[in-house]
Structures are given as C-alpha cells and as structure tokens.
Ligand binder design. Structure first.
Ligand SMILES: Cc1cc2nc3c(=O)[nH]c(=O)nc-3n(C[C@H](O)[C@H](O)[C@H](O)COP(=O)(O)OP(=O)(O)OC[C@H]3O[C@@H](n4cnc5c(N)ncnc54)[C@H](O)[C@@H]3O)c2cc1C
Length: 412
C-alpha cells in the first residue's frame, strides 16, 4: 500500500509477472507540493532494468550539468556532470530530474493492463487485520476490508502501518526542517544560457553557505527554479513572516543576491517539510513487510530516496515472484513468504546503512561550515586551495551515492 516510487514500482513488477496485487493510495492524484525528482545513475539503471527507459523519456525531465559549492560569496569548487573522474565516481549517466507525478502515473498505467492488478485510489489504509499473530490484510478508512497473503507497507516516512505493526523507527538526529520555494518563470541564472548539444540551458545545482545559513538551488524537471532552505533549529524569528527575497539576498553571493532582488515577484511563499531520517531495526512481522521510506526514511541530501526505493522494489520482486508463481498455498505459502521477508531486509540493509552514513557525513560537513564562522572565513579566503581538497573528498563520497553500494539486478 502507498503508490509512491516504492509501491508503484513493486506493484508493476509483481503484476507483470502474474502476481495478484492490490495497490492502495490515499491521495486522489499523484500531484504533491514537491517530491524528490533527482535520479542518480543507480536509479536510472534500475529504471532501465525495469524496462521503463523509453516511458521515462516521454516524461518532463532535466539533466543536471554541474554541482557548485559557494561559501561566503566565493565559489569553493565545481564538478561537472556526468562525473567521470576515474579516481572516484564514474558513470556515463548524469544525475537527471524526472517529474514524479508523471513517473508514478506511468508505472500504474503499465500495471493496470495486467490481469490481477487492482488500483484503489483516494482511500487511506487505516488498520491491519490479524489472525493468530499474522497480518492477514488491511482495513481502509471507509471500513472496507482487503485480505492478502502479504501486506507490503510502502506508505512513506511517516508510515501508519509501521506503527500499527508495532515496528520501531530508529531516528537519526536531528530531524531537519526544510523550507521549499519555487521561482516560476524566473529568467535564466548566470550559467544557464550555455548552449549544449540539444538543450539551450545548463542546469547547475548550487549549494550556498553564507552567514550561518545554507540552501540549495536547482532547476526542476518542469524547468522552474526550486530552492530548499535548511531551517536552522536555533534560528529566531517567524519564517512565515520573513521578507524572503531580502533574506535570500543577504545569504547569497553578489550575482545571486541581485537575481533574488530582481525576481522577488516570482518567489513563492515557503512550504515547510519536516524530514525525519532513520532506519527500522526490523522491517517485517509475519504477513507484513516495510519497504522504501517506511523502512528507512532517507534524507534529501544528494538525492537517494527514489533510487533506494526502486532498488528495494527490484530486490523484493526477486524474492517474492518465485513464491507467488509457485504451487504453494495456505500456511505453506505464508511460511515461505515470511522467511523471504528477512532475506529482503538482509539484502537491502547494508546499502541503506551506508547511504545514510554518507548522507549524514555530507550533512555534518555542511553543519560544521554553517556553525563555525572561522571555518567559513578560511574556506572562502583560501578557496582555490581548500576547494581542491574538499572537491576530492566530496568526489570520493559520490561513488557509492551515485552508483549504489552493491549490484542490484532483476532476476525474475
Ligand atoms: C524535500 C525532499 C526532497 C527530496 N528530494 C529527493 C530527490 O531529489 N531524489 C531522491 O531520490 N529522493 C528525494 N527525496 C526522498 C524521496 O522523496 C523519498 O525517499 C521517496 O519518495 C520514498 O519513496 P516511497 O515510495 O518509499 O515513499 P513516498 O514517496 O513517501 O510514498 C508513500 C505513498 O504512500 C501514500 N500513503 C501514505 N499513507 C497512506 C495510507 N495510510 N494509505 C494509503 N496510502 C498512503 C502517500 O500518499 C504516498 O503516495 C526527497 C525528500 C524530501 C522530503
């Protein structure tokens, strides 16, 4: 249940392999204020393996051309995409922003042509049904009961079913709050008029640290600028009443400050996200499996969540399809399914632990700079020298963040 990237991808994989699936989604449509869009090479590879590359080509998307890190008004370093440095990350695919509503709709449409697939949209799962200590199905908010041999909880970071199953989330501290802005219709930024082979713009992800604050700025799949501002937990003042064009200008290098002032009229009001990050020590109880953010809510740093979601779906399908296609039924099927749940967690957990550790490292580095003015001063004064070393360390972290930790391959 839950038709985010994990649930929709897994439902499609199972349905296409003749496994009966009911996908339940609380929202009436796939549109959200903002959901992750950036796919790393590992996520793009998962899409290719799922046979979705041509469908994705028809969806609004935007390649990323470079990452730039700015500190106290000076550029610390820049890395061009695709990252091909042989000493570190290497992949021919650039990080690509893909519109999530269209992506989810494409997954569900492809599942809908399969016999045995049912999509229940606009109805939330409210509780679990149990029989002799095993989950036997779900009950929807309108009282409808849906029985199942296995319930897969893909209901995201604040998973209802995780709580209903009595499974705990070990949270990584601190939970981060992010303010999200868009600048619809704003003109190109400084680097964006570069002429590429077939695209008229270059899309740079700018990470900016100044005066104890930090934010990221990039162009989304739909082409509008998006900005995520890390809400400093110790910051005073009411974020809803701030003069944001002025605040953003104060915390930007000169060229960007001018841009915010000139485009103040298209800066949206902020939307606040509370981003819990963590890992459930146990992903299953008999009859129920947590997957995706429900099992391991990912930080937005360096775009991991959708990539992990798609890789979770592939590994789960590898384990579940042979059982669903087997002659097993009743208690024997349930025993075999319950054994597979532990194996799915064992296969996926090492990559999740490592990705979250790398995300936490990136976060800690940014926090150090944000907190200590002396470090920011030093980094900006000696940017060409310091930038070289920081760039090298950053690139080394990107290898696993871009390509994944262990190979993931569809075997069914
Ligand atoms: C601000 C922000 C930016 C991010 N940027 C990126 C990025 O660029 N790239 C990236 O890879 N990751 C990014 N992430 C992380 C990424 O969005 C998630 O890790 C990913 O969406 C997890 O997928 P999921 O399917 O497990 O959960 P979700 O995407 O959360 O999907 C869960 C689904 O379950 C549904 N649901 C919830 N409760 C119920 C219920 N009771 N009954 C029925 N349905 C229910 C929800 O409506 C939703 O559709 C970002 C996260 C945040 C917060």
């Amino acid at each position: 249940m839950g038709a985010g990237p994990t649930g929709a991808a897994l439902a499609r994989l199972l349905a296409q392999r003749q496994i009966r699936v009911t996908l339940i989604e609380a929202s009436r449509d796939f549109r959200r204020i903002f959901r992750g869009q950036a796919l790393m090479p590992s996520g793009l590879e998962a899409i290719a393996q799922m046979g979705l590359s041509s469908a994705v080509e028809t969806i609004p998307q935007m390649q990323l051309d470079a990452w730039e890190f700015w500190i106290e008004g000076k550029r610390l370093f820049r890395v061009d995409e695709p990252i091909l440095d042989p000493a570190s990350a290497s992949s021919k695919r650039p990080c690509t922003l893909v519109s999530q509503p269209e992506f989810l709709a494409a997954l569900v449409q492809q599942a809908e042509v399969c016999p045995g697939f049912d999509f229940v949209q606009g109805k939330a799962v409210q509780s679990l049904m149990w029989e002799q200590g095993r989950v036997t199905g779900v009950r929807l908010a309108d009282g409808q009961a849906i029985a199942a041999d296995l319930v897969i909880a893909t209901d995201g970071r604040n998973s209802t079913l995780r709580a209903k199953a009595g499974l705990r989330l070990q949270e990584q501290s601190p939970a981060v709050d992010i303010l999200w802005f868009s600048l619809k219709g704003a003109p190109p930024l400084r680097d964006e008029n570069v002429l590429r082979a077939n695209v008229l713009r270059a899309n740079v992800f700018y990470a900016v640290v100044k005066n104890g604050q930090s934010f990221g700025l990039f162009r989304s799949a739909q082409g509008d600028l998006q900005l995520g501002w890390g809400l400093n937990p110790s910051a005073s003042g009411d974020w809803q009443r701030e003069n944001w064009p002025k605040v953003l200008a104060e915390h930007s290098p000169a060229w960007l400050a001018n841009y915010f002032r000139a485009n103040a009229n298209v800066l949206s009001s902020p939307v606040r996200f509370s981003v819990t990050v963590g890992l459930a020590p146990r992903w299953s109880v008999p009859g129920l499996l947590l997957l995706g953010d429900a099992a391991h809510p990912m930080s937005p740093i360096r775009a991991q969540g959708i990539n992990m979601a798609l890789r979770d779906a592939i590994v789960a399908a590898n384990h579940l399809v042979p059982l669903g296609q087997s002659e097993l039924s009743g208690a024997a099927l349930h025993r075999a399914l319950d054994q597979a749940l532990g194996a799915i967690q064992a296969e996926r957990e090492p990559e999740i632990v490592q990705s979250q550790a790398l995300q936490a490292e990136e976060w800690a580095q940014g926090e150090k700079l944000r907190r200590y003015p002396i470090l920011r001063w030093g980094a900006s004064q000696f940017a060409p020298l310091v930038g070289w070393g920081v760039r090298r360390a950053w690139l080394q972290r990107q290898q696993q963040l871009r390509l994944g930790v262990a190979p993931v391959e569809i075997k069914v």
